[in-house]
Design a protein around this ligand. Structure first.
Ligand code: ADE
Length: 243
């Protein structure tokens, strides 16, 4: 998977991405990061990439041409038009399903805006999807791009040590993850649930499934509508709802 990021702050993207698990995946050649500084494509002798909004109003707008040229510098090297995602609070709200779809692509281009936005004309020309990471407003698209890149990266084969771990994630099945425990067996008078010490694999799995159902019902009941529930799950949930 190759991520191309069009940004005014390439260091922020590189620093955020090239550490921890994603950084290791870059070193292993499973992921590749290509940052493109939009400012390198300024068409202004002062290296500016923004200007006042037509019609007046607060703030500055990123101009179309530097963004377009930055995009073209990526697209001209590729055999087909890559998918371009524009980070924007006006976009479709990102979720695990979108991460799964994006993980199927070979190349993704992230366009990060700053100031009050980007000239609409270049967005119409190059953007395939506007994506938001939630209903709040950030100072720029770099953190949203990093969030999405992280969520997509861990679904790329080989990035996680244990191939199973993405499968049992919260949201994978529209259920939240069960609680986890590690050593010591008793920590400050709090013991690990005894069933986890029983060595009985089937009972452990049943308990974990039930914990997932309990958590999802308590914290995110909206997810249950789209969850893949077995007959047994439904019976368990019905019982929970009775109490
Ligand atoms: N840019 C500013 N806020 C954003 C958000 N919530 N999601 C995506 N891009 C943004």
């Amino acid at each position: 998977m190759i991520f191309h990021v069009l940004t005014l702050f390439p260091d922020m993207i590189r620093d955020g991405f090239q550490t921890s698990i994603t950084g290791r995946a870059v070193e292993k050649g499973l992921l590749s990061l290509d940052t493109v500084n939009i400012r390198d494509f300024s068409v202004n002798k002062h290296n500016r990439v923004d200007d006042y909004p037509y019609g007046g109003g607060a703030g500055m707008v990123m101009q179309a041409e530097p963004v377009y040229l930055a995009y073209q510098s990526v697209a001209e090297k590729l055999p087909k038009k890559p998918k371009v995602l524009y980070m924007s609070p006006q976009g479709k709200v990102f979720n695990q399903r979108m991460a799964e779809e994006l993980a199927q692509e070979e190349e993704l281009v992230f366009l990060c805006g700053h100031y009050e936005g980007i000239d609409e004309r270049v967005l119409e020309e190059i953007v395939d999807e506007e994506v938001s990471i939630g209903d709040y407003v950030l100072t720029g698209g770099e953190l949203p791009a990093l969030v999405i890149m992280d969520a997509v990266s861990r679904l790329v084969g080989g990035v996680l040590h244990n191939e199973d771990s993405a499968e049992f994630d919260s949201f994978h099945d529209n259920l939240l993850e069960y609680p986890q425990y590690s050593r010591p067996e008793v920590w400050r008078d709090k013991a690990v649930p005894p069933i986890l010490m029983s060595g009985h694999h089937a009972n452990v799995e049943k308990w974990r499934r039930e914990q997932s159902l309990i958590r999802t019902l308590e914290r995110r009941p909206d997810l249950l509508e789209n969850a893949n529930l077995t007959k047994q799950d439904k019976k368990f949930l019905a019982k929970l709802k009775e109490v």
